[in-house]
Ligand binder design. Structure first.
Ligand code: IPE
Ligand code: IPE
Ligand code: MG
Length: 257
């Protein structure tokens, strides 16, 4: 349910994106500008996460997927990866209460089995503790790669076919969408990327087929309520055609699943 008073306060129309995905980029540059170590940027970025998660829940957005760590990010210096993992652990430990207060259900996508065992345990705890929450679904993309997810889905589908449970002739877009790690969530209506980079960096390759893109120069640690509202207003001003001719407002695409 949308929060009518909040919509009014932020001068938003009622049709919000059902699912927003964010490439949270620019933490390192934020720190560099301040002559701080990169990890200070990641730490500051956690405050943006807290604010955007709470606001998304209050507004009535159904799902928020945050690109927190890509499979390619394992290539970063060991010290940065280690510190990022520590920060993730701290976030999970300190945020469960806040997630529960805001009725937020935590989920993940990505190769979480690649994460350190203690992070996996913290994740499981937080996912379990918030499983009953019926508000916003917060999806953390961790050790995520869009191509790897598609490859995994292909392997799963091939196994079904080999076992004689599925006729290859019956494989449709829906079969693939349902085998992806995002199968439980609505279509991604809006993709936001901070720090001004015009690329998708292996994020949600299948799911972004008809998403609206909002790219801002704002660095992730500076991205707070006014920036998110601006992105939502930008989305609300778009004409979504989905290849057709009529203007379709908001999230009405239903062909993929
Ligand atoms: C995004 O910020 C956070 C992660 C990828 C984990 P970056 O660390 O990529 O920041 P920049 O792009 O170097 O500024
Ligand atoms: C994308 O940011 C990944 C995350 C935000 C987690 P990167 O900083 O890793 O992407 P590139 O290197 O600019 O493509
Ligand atoms: Mg970056």
């Amino acid at each position: 349910m949308n929060n009518a008073a909040l919509l009014k306060r932020y001068r938003l129309k009622p049709h919000l994106p059902r699912h927003v995905a964010i490439i949270m980029d620019g933490n390192g540059r934020w720190a560099k500008k301040r002559r701080l170590p990169r990890i200070a940027g990641h730490r500051a970025g956690a405050h943006s996460i807290r604010e955007i998660v709470r606001l998304s829940g209050e507004l009535g957005i159904e799902a928020l997927t945050l690109y927190a760590f890509s499979t390619e990010n394992w290539k970063r210096p060991k010290t940065e990866v280690g510190l990022l993992m520590q920060l993730l652990k701290q976030y999970l430990r300190s945020e469960v209460e806040e997630l529960l207060r805001n009725n937020v259900q935590l989920r993940t996508i990505g190769n979480t089995e690649d994460l350190p065992a203690e992070i996996q345990r913290e994740l499981e705890k937080a996912i379990h503790a918030t499983a009953h929450c019926a508000g916003l679904r917060l999806v953390l993309a961790l050790s995520y790669s869009g191509r790897a997810d598609l490859a995994r889905a292909a392997r799963e589908i091939a196994k079904e076919a080999k076992a004689g449970k599925l006729d290859p002739a019956d494989i449709t877009e829906k079969t693939i969408a349902q085998a992806l790690s995002t199968a439980d969530f609505p279509e991604v209506d809006l993709l936001i990327r901070t720090s001004g980079e015009f690329r998708v960096s292996n994020f949600l390759l299948w799911e972004l087929a008809y998403s609206e893109f909002h790219i801002t120069k704002t660095l992730w640690p500076d991205f707070r309520t006014p920036h998110f509202i601006r992105a939502l207003r930008d989305f609300q001003g778009r004409q979504r055609r989905f290849g057709g001719v009529e203007s379709i407002v908001g999230s009405v695409m239903s062909w993929a699943r």
